[in-house]
Structure formats: C-alpha cells, structure tokens
Design a protein around this ligand. Structure first.
Ligand code: ATP
Ligand code: MG
Length: 480
C-alpha cells in the first residue's frame, strides 16, 4: 500500500474528495482502488473517479498575475496547484464488505493498493468462489462474482466492436459452465461463435425442424402468397397449409419434397385435371408460386432436429452453438420461438432447465418497438425471464445499444439484473448517465472505453458500486 493523500473537507459517508500528495497526480489514475483509514474508525474500500486539477493562479475568466504570465507564454506559479479525485465508497472492510455509515473524517489517510496487494479479497464473499476477468490495470486481481444470481439474467451492452462477443466467449461461457449451466448460443451471423468451437458443438439452423405453422407460413411467403393480396388468401394457400400440417413431407429429400408437394397440391386443387375453370386457374396459380420456390428455401425447412433433440444435445455436449447464417430474420426468429415455447412449457410443468441461453444481437429478438414476429419473441423472452429465475434458466442478452431505437425492449431490460456496460454509442448517453452518474462515473468516460472493458453492475457484482473489469484474449482463441 502507498499513501497518496488525505480526505478533503465536505466529506460524507458515501462521497469525498482526496487531495493528492505532491507528485501522485502523475501516478494515480481514475478507477484505482484505495483504502481510507477513517479517523472516525474503520477501513473503507473505495474507487477514485472524476479527477480534478486546480490552480488558484490560473482561474480563467479574470485577470490575475498568473493569467498574465500565461498570456505572454511564461510559466505561472505552481504554488497554488492541487489535484484531487472524487472517491466512490464501496464499503467498510471487515469479515465481508459492509455499508459504510460513518462520515469519512477530513484529513483521514488514503492509501492506494499496489500490484502485490489484493483488494479483491475484501469483495469475495466466499473463498475460491468464481471470478470473471480482472480489475482494470491489474491482471492478478480477478474480480469475484456471485453466481447465485446467474438465473436473474444478464445483459452485455457495448457499441459495435466494444468486445461483447469476446466477453461472452472468453469469460461468460466458461463462467456459466463452471456454475453448472449447459449453454445454447444463438449465433445470429454465424461468425462470432460457430467458427471458434469444435464442429460437434455447432449445428446449422437448417438442420432444425421447424413447427408446421412456421413452415407453412414460410413456404407461402416464399411462393409470393400465390398472388393473393392478404396472407389468409384463397384455396391454394389453404391447400398448402393443410398439406404441411399433415406432416407427410417430414424426412423427404429436396427433390422428393418438390415432387410430392407439387403432386399433392395439384391433386387437391384439380383432381379431375380440368383444362379450364376455377380448379384449373388455381392449379396454375400454385404452379407459378412453386416456380418461385428456390431449392435453398426448401432446404431451410427440411431439418430433422427437433427442439427436444436440441435440449438433449446441449445437455450432452455442455455447449451448443446454433449457426444462423444464410437464413432470413423471420426464420431465425421462428426457430427461436419454437425452442422458447418448448422450454417455457417444461418450466410451467415445474422442470428445472439448468440452461443458459446466450442471445447475441438481442435487438433482433426484442427491439425497442417490436413488430411482426418480434412481438411474440419479445413476449416470450419476458416470460422466460420470469420463469427462469426459479427454474435455473439464465437469459444472457448481448446488445449494441441499451435503450431507445438502438436498444432492447424496456420490459426485457428490466429483467436483466446484472449488466456489463462497455463503450457505449453516443445515443445511449442519457441512459448510461442515469445508471452511472450516481456512482461518479461520467458517461463521457464510457464513450472512450477501449474494447473489452466493461463496468460490471447489478446482482452479480460483489460491490454496491460498478467496477471496471477487462480480460486477456488467449493467444489461440479456440474453445473446448
Ligand atoms: N479484452 C480485450 N482486449 C483487447 N481487445 C479486445 C478485447 N475484447 C475484444 N477486443 C477486440 O475488439 C474486437 C471486437 O470485439 P467483438 O467482436 O467482441 O465486438 P462486439 O461488441 O461483439 O461487436 P459487434 O456488435 O459488432 O458484434 C475484437 O476483434 C478484438 O480485437
Ligand atoms: Mg459481436
């Protein structure tokens, strides 16, 4: 420990400023951890934030001798120069960290933790508990986290390139595994997770069997609704829906599917093979639609892995990545909906799930203003959050924005009890400010955070105030 200064006047039990000893301004940095030897008794753990340099001689907006020197390029006196930092109290040290209730006496000595000290010991609620990354600036200070709150859901927020997917891959997934969760990752772009895991841990979305309603809707849409204006259009749509509902097409190959679909529907619409009239027109309408249906569209619905299979696979392998590239948004969301409905039902039947569902690109599933199928996915995420708390299902959402147009739905956000906030988008300044300014963190500080730096706050944080953590990227970047 090294003494760096003393507590200034006007201190309270939560806030104070530290006047730095001469020369310490060159060494002490924002987010450094300190211990205050309170003259009113007790040792208080705190974080330094919002530094301030002041010099009586250099006050702008008035004419002083110091200002006069500066104006002609001279060197004004440094005699009245001071540096200070605001101090955000974490708590009083002891068996465990406790809320500090005594005023920090002005003049109390402030000491900084150096490389060999371990301030994290004060925060760890139990020995050998789980940790996540390390405190910013000190690789050996692993940040303890409270894993009992994993099923109270997590949110990881940072603008693009902020390091969300890296945090998830290198830190969250190993932590969740250690805590006994199986993990299903929904890899929206198929780029952030799928290429980094062994092949046996990755399945493609086209291998998954969608429910009949989704398949029928998808095919009809790809066949341009057979030229009908509204979706619940005429006979042709109905015939396709009924055929799909009959399930006879499951397990067919691509060419078989096309052949069987054509013959079944034509037979249904025009059984006596008339050459004119309504039946004939409907047959033509269907055939025009069928010509629009591409092989790749069909491929997307021929998957055979059921949602039950997915859950079994996740449990068997520990981690499963669903590679969602090369499909449209609606198909991705439909697949999610099918799976989400299934696990919701299991939880309603009082089954424990022991699963973490990691959803990258969360605004695609539960945006600020959901429309179309997103209304259903947003609602089901809220339901899963509510049920998950008691049935060991953890929802982990990654998003480029926090609130508003770029963020995630407010009702969903309220369910995420632990947050990681990295470099934010300027549009999120207001939201980040309301979260962080009570803790002396300037939202502007968040605009310039380097990739991979996150403020941890909420239930899993052992400290009542947010802590800045980061992590190293392993050289090979692969996962087991
Ligand atoms: N802990 C870290 N230390 C150093 N660099 C990092 C760290 N974490 C991430 N990065 C760098 O940041 C880059 C972007 O990270 P990542 O892909 O996780 O961002 P993202 O937030 O998921 O972005 P997007 O929203 O576009 O998916 C990485 O390629 C990596 O080089
Ligand atoms: Mg990403």
């Amino acid at each position: 420990m090294r003494a760096i200064g003393i507590i200034a006047s006007d201190s309270t039990e939560n806030d104070a400023r530290v006047i730095l000893n001469e020369g310490e301004e060159k060494r002490v940095r924002a987010e450094d951890l300190v211990l205050v030897e309170n003259r009113n008794e007790g040792k208080i753990l705190a974080v330094l934030r919002r530094g301030l340099g002041s010099n009586e001689n250099l006050k702008p907006g008035g004419y002083h001798p110091g200002v006069a020197y500066a104006r002609i390029g001279g060197r004004p006196s440094m005699a009245k120069e001071t540096y200070d930092f605001a101090l955000s109290v974490i708590g009083e040290t002891g068996e465990a960290i406790q809320q500090n209730k005594k005023i920090l006496a002005p003049g109390s000595l402030v000491q900084i933790f150096e490389d060999n000290d371990d301030p994290m010991q004060y925060l760890a609620r139990k020995k050998n508990g789980s940790t996540l990354g390390h405190y910013e600036g000190q690789c050996s200070w692993e940040v303890p986290v409270d894993c009992s709150f994993i099923s109270y859901h997590l949110g990881i927020f940072a603008s693009t390139g902020g390091g969300k997917s890296f945090l998830a891959r290198h830190q969250m997934i190993p932590l969740l595994q250690k805590a006994g969760y199986s993990i299903l990752v929904l890899d929206w772009k198929g780029r952030d997770y799928a290429p980094h895991y062994p092949k046996e841990n990755v399945i493609s979305i086209s291998e998954i069997a969608l429910d009949t309603e989704t398949v029928a809707g998808y095919l009809v849409e790809k066949m341009k609704n057979f030229g009908y204006s509204a979706y619940s259009g005429g006979n042709v749509t109905q015939a396709v829906e009924e055929y799909i509902d009959g399930q006879k097409w499951r397990g067919l190959s691509l060419t078989e599917f096309r052949y069987v679909l054509e013959h079944s529907i034509v037979n249904e619409l025009n059984p006596t093979q008339l050459k004119s009239g309504r039946a004939f027109e409907e047959e033509q309408r269907f055939k025009r639609g069928l010509r629009r249906l591409k092989d790749t569209d069909i491929q997307n619905i021929l998957g055979t892995i059921t949602v039950q299979d997915i859950l079994n696979l996740v449990r068997e392998k520990g981690i499963l990545i669903v590679d969602m590239k090369r499909t449209g948004s609606d198909e991705k969301l439909s697949m999610f909906l099918t799976f989400a409905n299934y696990i919701k039902e299991l939880m309603q039947n009082d089954e424990d799930i022991d699963l973490a569902l990691l959803i990258d690109e969360a605004p695609q599933y539960c945006p600020f203003r959901p429309g179309g199928i997103q209304e259903q996915t947003t609602d089901i995420i809220i339901d899963l959050c509510a049920l998950g708390r008691t049935h060991k299902l953890s929802i982990c959402l990654l998003s480029q924005g926090i609130a508003g147009e770029i963020g995630i739905n407010a009702a969903v956000r309220r369910n995420l009890n632990t947050q990681f906030v990295g470099k934010i988008h300027p549009l999120d300044m207001n939201e980040a400010s309301s979260w962080l300014s009570p803790f002396n963190i300037d939202a502007k500080f968040l605009l310039s955070l380097p990739p991979g730096h996150f403020f941890l706050m909420g239930s899993m944080n052992p400290s009542p105030i947010p802590l800045l953590l980061t992590f190293e990227i392993p050289p090979d970047g692969k996962h087991q």
